[in-house]
Design a protein around this ligand. Structure first.
Ligand code: ZN
Ligand code: ZN
Length: 315
């Protein structure tokens, strides 16, 4: 064989080998609201493509769109990115967030399901109109509005997510579910109706609906962070901007949370001291409350949320 060709072949083989050996896993999340005429058909198409490809995670399909959180190897990423962008002309430009997975396993299986809605927004007199939502903000504008006195930031996630990390000026609307939050939202913001309202959540999917609800209620200066906190963090790193999101971010795979800055925002439920420990469930199964507790309080109370619960488990 010609020497040059032989050498080329060898390097090619070496590259392929390196690729196979050093491949990394990625966690990819994306969503898109668009009209899905036949969810079952889309489910079958996605299932046939993803089956036997060792892809784990969950994908929800509804008449109103698609929402996915999957773990995939970096070699497969490019192929599947194109596949998902081609399922409809509306998904062509959808934002896909990805992180390189650390050593922990993020998912145990692959679930593809048809759901009524991507995030539940069934409340009185509100029909979600995906064409009448808030204005998207990129990280540059988020940082500009951060210092605008005429602007308020509203965290649309659950309180346990807000607790461990948020924009330092953000307010939160305490509620048990997203639907309950939506119900309370217009009244809660009534006093701020004349202000600019910047809403955010983890990846942006909730704010599509919550900004639409406020517009439906006659609010006019409504904004949301494009791609949510995940995209904000990416842009801040890429363009070397100051980062105003402090603490940790809750993620919906087995990793539970990801550290963004070293700031500790969460406090121990028992002694009220700052602690960076992760959430636990009360050891009393009848209570099962989700909370944060410092190490010494956890030892004292046997990982229970209070003395009553500790007494119950020792009965
Ligand atoms: Zn404590
Ligand atoms: Zn308890």
């Amino acid at each position: 064989m010609h020497r040059i060709i032989k050498k080329k072949l060898q390097t090619n083989l070496k590259n392929i080998y390196n690729e196979v050996v050093s491949h990394k896993n990625m966690i990819v999340s994306f969503y898109k609201y668009f009209f899905v005429k036949d969810p079952k058909k889309l489910l079958n198409l996605i299932t046939s493509k993803l089956e036997k490809k060792n892809i784990l995670g969950r994908i929800y399909i509804a008449k109103e769109g698609i929402n996915a959180l999957i773990s995939i190897s970096d070699i497969q990423y490019r192929y599947f990115k194109h596949f998902f962008k081609r399922i409809d002309k509306k998904t062509k430009r959808m934002y896909m967030n990805y992180t390189i997975e650390n050593k922990k396993i993020a998912f145990w299986n692959l679930k593809i399901k048809i759901k009524k809605q991507l995030v539940s927004s069934t409340i009185n007199n509100f029909y979600f109109n995906r064409n009448n939502k808030g204005i998207y903000l990129n990280a540059f504008l988020v940082n500009k509005y951060f210092f605008d006195k005429d602007c308020i930031f509203l965290d649309m996630r659950n309180s346990y997510e807000y607790e461990i990390g948020h924009f330092s000026n953000a307010i939160t609307l305490p509620a048990q579910t997203f639907r309950e939050q939506l119900k309370k939202l217009p009244k809660y913001l009534k006093l701020h109706k004349h202000k600019k309202i910047v809403m955010y959540c983890t990846g942006g999917i909730r704010c599509e609906k919550s900004t639409a609800l406020l517009k439906h209620h006659g609010f006019s200066n409504i904004y949301h962070i494009y791609g949510g906190i995940l995209s904000y963090i990416k842009q801040v790193k890429k363009y070397n901007l100051p980062n105003y999101f402090k603490g940790k971010i809750f993620v919906f795979d087995a990793r539970l949370s990801e550290k963004i800055t070293n700031d500790i925002l969460s406090k121990c439920i028992t002694c009220d001291e700052y602690t960076d420990r992760t959430h636990i469930n009360c050891f009393n199964n009848l209570c099962h409350r989700l909370f944060i507790q410092c190490r010494s309080c956890s030892i004292k109370l046997d990982s229970c949320c209070c003395l009553e619960c500790k007494n119950i488990i020792h009965e």
